[in-house]
Write a protein that binds this ligand. Structure first.
Ligand SMILES: Nc1ncnc2c1ncn2[C@@H]1O[C@H](COP(=O)(O)OP(=O)(O)O)[C@@H](O)[C@H]1O
Ligand SMILES: N[C@@H](CCC(=O)OP(=O)(O)O)C(=O)O
Length: 360
């Protein structure tokens, strides 16, 4: 039977891989590996983004004295990641499938050169039949330059690798239209472009998760806008991955409908680069209006009212509209000093060209 997608990214949350007592759920891991193996053998390219390092480390060792949260994360992830990848290696080996570990940090996506380097690493793995198993390198990403959680990382990877779908597996069937514990609520099966879900999402998180449903929803929307189908489903359900691909109509999940507009590779990178922004371009009312419409426009000096921060040419900057709201990010063609001199002037080159502009 033909599958719906040829290349997918699958994110497995900590809660899918851990039991209530915090130990690694090997039975669940093994079941998921069997499904990934089935897809791989059917010719689908799969990139795994797996959480679980901290949770598996926590169940492995007891610290000799009370540790602060950074020390805990470093200690548990160092021990837990080794255990996690070792398990994956053994489980995939039974299917005669090679896997490779990709540990990364947010900084590895900061410049276009770093970004392409990461991409190349995973492309060459896929070309050689190796399944990349990606996680944040929690041992060193302890500063403000840390991913919100692996949902953010998985969105970046799906976009970077030009996956057709991103499947986020959590411990819940999808996004509920209210509190998941309320029997009156149900799973929203499809989310159309631009639909606001903020009223439904509770701030609660599952026992071992980091970001909760809010980050999942924000990431899902951004990735779907880039033309990638995003599915949030329950990784604890038997055969979920295969069912999602083979029986999409009857398998419970939340599916974000992808945009049909093509997005260039550079724009995809910029869309996920907000965390690296060095400064801000404030724009006037007219510029805010055209940028919020569907027109393909660049940011010209004439529409800029203020430039905040110091940046170099090619740095990422935030675009702030006339109400002070961030509406996007872009790669600037001038440094901040040159750009300040151009403010309000007619007939000059764009400060951010349309090709390097991402409007949210
Ligand atoms: N409207 C909602 N629908 C579904 N889950 C929600 C909703 N609001 C909050 N949540 C919570 O989000 C949790 C999943 O996010 P998270 O804890 O980050 O999981 P993971 O570890 O898989 O990334 C759910 O277990 C649930 O408690
Ligand atoms: N890198 C961390 C993942 C933390 C995280 O984002 O967890 P989750 O919200 O379950 O995806 C780990 O492996 O423990």
């Amino acid at each position: 039977m033909a599958y719906q997608f040829a290349k997918i990214a699958v994110k497995i949350g900590s809660n899918v891989l851990t039991r209530k007592d915090g130990t690694l759920d090997i039975t669940r891991m093994s079941a998921l590996v069997d499904q990934v193996a089935e897809l791989h053998k059917a010719g689908i390219e799969v990139i795994l983004i797996s959480s679980g390092a901290v949770a598996s480390g926590r169940s492995e060792i007891r610290a000799s004295k009370k540790l602060d949260s950074v020390d805990q994360r470093q200690l548990f992830s160092a021990v837990g990641q080794a255990k996690l990848i070792n398990r994956y290696y053994e489980l995939f080996r039974e299917h005669k499938i090679h896997v490779g570990q990709v540990l990364t940090t947010k900084e590895n996506f900061g410049t276009r050169r770093h970004y392409l380097n990461q991409k190349n690493c995973m492309m060459v793995m896929l070309q050689n039949g190796v399944i990349p198993i990606v996680n944040e390198n929690d041992t060193i990403s302890v500063t403000e330059l840390m991913f919100t959680d692996n949902d953010e990382l998985s969105g970046l990877i799906a976009s970077m690798m030009d996956a057709q779908a991103l499947i986020i597996l959590s411990n819940i069937d999808g996004i509920y239209n209210g509190s998941p514990s309320d029997p009156e609520t149900f799973v929203i099966s499809e989310v159309e472009h631009g639909k606001d879900l903020s009223d439904y999402i509770q701030t609660e998180k599952s026992g071992f998760g980091r970001g909760g449903m809010i980050t999942k929803t924000n990431i899902a929307r951004k990735v779907a806008d880039e033309g990638i189908t995003v599915i949030i489903a329950n990784g604890k359900r038997d055969n979920i991955l295969v069912d999602l691909l083979k029986k999409p109509e009857t398998t419970v999940c939340t599916r974000f409908i992808p945009s049909t507009q093509e997005v260039s590779s550079v724009k995809k990178w910029i869309a996920h680069s907000e965390g690296f922004a060095k400064g801000e371009l404030h724009i006037n009312e007219q510029a805010s209006h055209v940028l919020n419409s569907d027109q393909a426009v660049s940011i010209l000096p004439v529409g800029i009212t203020e430039i905040v921060g110091e940046f170099e040419k090619d740095d990422i900057v935030r675009i702030i509209d006339c109400h002070g709201k961030q509406i996007g990010v872009g790669k600037t063609s001038f440094d901040s000093e040159e750009a300040r001199e151009m403010i309000g002037k007619h007939g000059l080159k764009p400060i951010v060209h349309y090709d390097y502009l991402y409007i949210e």
